[in-house]
Design a protein around this ligand. Sequence first.
Ligand code: HEC
Length: 169
Amino acid sequence: MSAQDSKFFNVFSLVLGILIIITLILFALARLVGENTQRVHVKSEPKYVAAVEGHLTTARVAIAGQDNSALTIRAVGGAEAPALALPTDGPSVYATVCGACHTNGIGGAPRSGDGGAWAPRVAQGKATLYKHSIEGFQGSAGVMPARGGRSDLSDELVKAAVDHMLEQI
Ligand code: HEC
């Protein structure tokens, strides 16, 4: 490298360094200005406030002794959301819970109406079938979850669903 080249290189590096420093200063300055103007104004912007309010409604907590009606979950359009209906009899329990596996034999479940699959199970006696349905059962075919996975079902409803399934054979 000639002396002239290295001089040019030094000056060039210096200019480059200064430009980088200026960039950083401008960056910091822009953030500082943005901090004091943008943040303040964004927070008072009605759309922003409405969006925050909207998010807060899902995070509100019911307080005993106060009016908590604002917490009611509503479907879009303002109508009350229907509660997850608890099935009320054997066929409806089967339709909403058990059928998910037993209609098509998912995961090794004996298909309702399949006499061959049910015969050895029926032979165990109804009491065992009720017990296995309520408490859950791990057999050679697969896993029967307790109450079909709906822990809120009463014993009576699970039994009614078993009766309904046995009627299909
Ligand atoms: C997630 C899938 C699934 C759901 C939901 C399900 N079952 Fe099952 N069920 C199974 C499987 C798998 C078996 C077979 C287990 C085995 O024999 O290995 C079974 C077996 C059974 C048996 C026979 C038990 C025995 O001793 O042979 C009965 C009765 C039964 N289910 C009733 C029900 C009822 C009633 C419901 C609804 C409340 C229900 N099942 C929901 C998967 C399911």
